[in-house]
Design a protein around this ligand. Structure first.
Ligand SMILES: Cc1ncc(COP(=O)(O)O)c(C=O)c1O
Length: 404
């Protein structure tokens, strides 16, 4: 059954809001998504009926909360085909990528090579740059092809130099292009290199399975996939997770402690020091249930229709599109500039029509600069957006043009 956005919208109370006298059109989903009642209710139910510490106390409430927490962990791990001991809960993608960079810093020595791309979000560039600077390693930043995907030839050449870590994003939060992650993963492994993937913009929007892509680690955020803020997932292959040092030490991550020494908990708990974000995990599991019910294939297909409609209605004499012109080369993200108008002004004009978009350097300043801009405007879709909303967007841009 194809996705019906009008049925989906019934589950999202915020979409009934009127903003600036207009029906809310929410086109800022790459930043964060709205939450369905099912997610909010799951969190409410947890707080009203089960709130307790988890994995510690031997009382009824705590053991019920622990059961809910562990069931949620299984669901979330299963969503990406991971074992439940291979995911570590984080605050978000940023924390996951920083954690994995720190955890793997032991592999970086004088002259070691880390390869990344010009397309990265700052959260997958800055942590690696700091590690190589600290350890005397090198960072190679590969460019893009004409179709705005990562330059595979340059990746291969860099890997041939002998590389420790290749790290890229899956879907660009600026261009909406989808990198060939299976090929990248194979290439990295062929050269004895680890493959770390930023999946912030792919896991929420398309089928994704770690057994298929085979990254050594990958990170994503709950709030970008209908879940609450403050919860993210870092997947790390079991053999690597077993070998790296936990970043945070304290309660919940040790089996025994004496005044001289300690024995760490098994994976993944040794990486989750302190009281965890139980409500976040339970909310994210409800989001995963919701996404599964709709079907990730259906979501990807729906977003593709929206992008096609968006591209078809844009007047290119007035609007410059960044990234491929063809809808089938885009996930549900499109960045543009209105010629002669600053993107913040474009965002404010649309805002007056109730249309929420993002503008700026999108936390990917090197990429935006490489596109010849200092800032862009971005539309990003999700399962509740409609073709009618895209028409409203086109209409708003047309009015903007008339006023110029
Ligand atoms: C590709 C990409 N990576 C990482 C992030 C960081 O996500 P978060 O802010 O949830 O840590 C984002 C968020 O916009 C993103 O689009």
């Amino acid at each position: 059954m194809p996705l019906d956005p009008y049925t989906v919208r019934e589950d999202f109370p915020i979409l009934k809001r009127v903003v600036n006298g207009k029906s809310l059109v929410y086109f800022n989903n790459a930043a964060t998504t709205q939450k369905p009642v099912q997610v909010v209710e799951a969190i409410k139910d947890y707080y009203y009926n089960y709130n307790s510490d988890v994995l510690r106390s031997v009382n009824t409430l705590s053991s019920q909360a622990t059961d809910l927490y562990m069931e949620a962990r299984r669901k979330i791990a299963g969503f990406i085909g991971a074992g439940e001991d291979e995911i570590v809960f984080t605050r978000n993608t940023t924390e996951g990528l920083n954690m994995v960079a720190e955890a793997l810093s032991g592999r970086i020595g004088r002259g070691s090579l880390v390869v990344t791309s010009i397309m990265e979000h700052h959260s997958n560039l800055l942590p690696w740059r700091r590690i190589v600077a600290r350890k005397g390693g090198r960072l190679t930043v590969v460019g893009m092809n004409r179709d705005f995907t990562i330059d595979m030839d340059m990746v291969e050449k860099s890997l041939e130099e002998g590389c420790e870590i290749l790290t890229t994003l899956h879907v660009s939060n600026v261009l909406g292009t989808v990198n060939p992650v299976k090929e990248l993963s194979k290439l990295a492994h062929k050269h004895g290199c680890l493959f770390i993937l930023d999946a912030a913009q792919s896991v929420p929007h398309m089928p994704f399975n770690v057994k298929d892509v085979e990254p050594d680690a990958t990170a994503f955020s709950g709030h970008k996939m209908l879940g609450p803020t403050g919860i993210g997932v870092l997947y790390v292959k079991r053999s690597i997770l077993e070998e790296v040092e936990p970043m945070l030490l304290g309660g919940g991550m040790v089996k025994t402690v004496t005044l001289e020494t300690q024995v760490y908990e098994d994976i993944p708990f040794r990486f989750e020091a302190g009281t965890p974000n139980v409500e976040g995990v339970i909310g994210l599991a409800a989001a995963v249930d919701y996404l599964r019910k709709i079907g990730l294939e259906n979501i990807a297909e729906h977003e593709s229709k929206l992008v096609k409609h968006l591209l078809e209605g844009l007047d290119r004499s007035f609007v410059e599109v960044y990234g491929p012109g063809e809808a089938d080369k885009h996930a549900g993200i499109l960045s543009f500039n209105v010629k002669g108008v600053h993107p913040h002004d474009v965002a404010q004009f649309l805002d007056a029509d109730g249309i929420m978009i993002r503008s700026g350097a999108l936390c990917a300043e090197p990429l935006v600069n490489a596109l010849g801009a200092s800032a862009v405007a971005r539309v990003s879709f999700y399962l509740y957006n409609t073709l009618e909303e895209v028409d409203m967007f086109h209409e708003s841009l047309r009015r903007m043009r008339m006023l110029m």
